[in-house]
Design a protein around this ligand. Structure first.
Ligand code: UD1
Length: 418
């Protein structure tokens, strides 16, 4: 196991390029299982979650190569429809293979994903949606087993907006016998990216607000040209949080500012002057940060996946800031670790109150989940002295070469075996 060592405080300066989106790459790669063909997907980040998805597809019978950031995948020989426990337990997002296998084979068996560090993460909406659309689904010995009894399409209204739930129902409906309409769908840019990928292969999907209509097709077409995944808005937002800290001077490039409106507003509210290009964001941070209130919510509201990183900015703001976590109410595991740096944060259910401090001092911290790790990294970069972050594999699940990117901005950061 590796740990990260960070010698702070760092003044970061320069340009950073954003990688392709993790949360787009995973469902798009899963979607290649829906119809046996050869596909090229570009701008795929080299992160461990992507490797897990590729391993899952390989276990099912796919063959792939992954050079630089291009995945070439041949899914014609996929013959299995079971996602085993060992892979699903390492990555909850492997649940998106469910819809693809159901759409292709009319059956799928997926290990029940269970909870994770950010709390109980039910899949009841996937289940109810599948049942409403003619896929009988039962939980048997820790597995979700689905069989298509009558894939006539139909409609389902999500009781709560769910990203992977929306993606799963889209995937299962492409080859239905008649039209499917899904209401109250998630509108995250990654859902749109999946729709765009499927549409580029001839799928007939329209999205109007939270309503998605799928007119079935009998097959998908051969890929004419490689599909390029959108930039990772959460990685960009993580660098935006860093760029909002006094003394830093970071230009974020190869990103999609339009997908980051709520995070840009948060950066401006803490006092940064933000300049937007077509694919870039330049930020001039304030010398003294303002305290602010943030409420997380489904897109386009402030993303839960950036809550921890912006908390690491607000611990240095003047006054008291407030964060209300509305998506995953228990997603505050990073708080105990940030307190080790000297942060003053109190919790009351899903509300964090953050009293700004003048400075932070080094600590040894434990990463607990992907985005929490990023917040510890931001905290450690602000703290004076040598900090350590253990269990860095959480960070490697979703950030491509983040230590190299930080080093090129001037951070003193390196890895060491535990
Ligand atoms: C996706 C993202 C994750 C992000 C999350 C919320 C991927 C691979 N992951 O996760 O990074 O943090 O969206 O933006 O895209 N819920 C139910 N029942 C369900 C499904 C979800 O109650 O059947 C609840 C969840 O507990 C949560 C909320 O709905 O409170 C949103 O979760 P959801 O959008 O499903 O998250 P994921 O798709 O797992």
């Amino acid at each position: 196991m590796e740990k990260l060592i960070i010698e702070g405080p760092s003044k970061l300066k320069g340009t950073v390029e954003i990688s392709g989106s993790k949360n787009s790459s995973l469902p798009i790669l899963a979607a290649t299982a829906l119809f046996g063909e050869e596909y090229t997907i570009k701008n795929v980040p080299r992160i461990s979650d992507v490797h897990t998805m590729l391993l899952l597809l390989e276990t099912l019978g796919a063959e792939f190569s992954f050079y630089s950031n291009d995945v070439h995948i041949d899914t014609r020989k996929i013959s299995k429809w079971e996602a085993p426990y060992d892979l699903v337990k390492t990555m909850r997002a492997s649940v998106v293979i469910w819809g693809a296998l159901l759409g292709r084979f009319g059956k799928a068996k997926i290990s029940l994903p269970g909870g994770c560090a950010i709390g109980d993460r039910p899949v009841d909406q996937h289940l109810k949606g599948f049942r409403a659309l003619g896929h009988d689904t039962e939980i048997v010995s820790g597995y979700l087993e689905s069989f298509t009894s009558n894939n006539t399409g139909g409609s389902y209204r999500f009781e709560i907006k769910t990203v992977t739930g929306t993606e799963n129902l889209i995937l299962a409906s492409i080859f239905a016998k008649s039209e499917t309409v899904l209401y109250n769908c998630a509108s995250e840019p990654e859902v749109l990216d999946l729709i765009n990928f499927l549409s580029s292969l001839g799928a007939k999907i329209t999205k109007t607000g939270g309503t998605i209509k799928i007119v079935p097709v009998s097959s998908l077409s051969k890929q004419n040209e490689p599909y390029c995944v959108i930039p990772d808005r959460i990685e960009a937002g993580t660098f935006l949080a860093l760029a909002s800290l006094p003394g830093n001077d970071i230009e974020i490039t190869k990103c999609a500012p339009d997908d980051l409106v709520s995070a840009i507003e948060a950066a401006e509210s803490v006092g940064s002057v933000v300049k937007l290009g077509d694919n870039s964001i330049s930020t001039h941070p304030a010398d003294d940060l303002n305290s602010i209130s943030l409420d997380t919510g489904p897109y386009p509201l402030f993303p839960t996946d950036l809550q921890a990183q912006f908390m690491s900015v607000l611990i240095l703001a003047g006054g008291t800031s407030k964060i209300v976590e509305n998506v995953f109410p228990n997603r505050f595991i990073h708080v105990a670790e940030l307190r080790k740096l000297g942060a003053k944060i109190s919790l009351d259910a899903n509300i964090a109150s953050i009293v700004g401090v003048r400075g932070l001092t080094r600590a040894s911290m434990q990463a607990s989940d992907l985005r929490a790790s990023a917040s510890l990294l931001i905290g450690a970069l602000s703290a004076s002295g040598r900090s350590e972050i253990h269990r860095v594999y959480h960070l490697d699940r979703g950030y491509e070469s983040i230590d190299n990117k930080l080093e090129s901005l001037g951070a003193k950061i390196w890895r060491k075996n535990e």
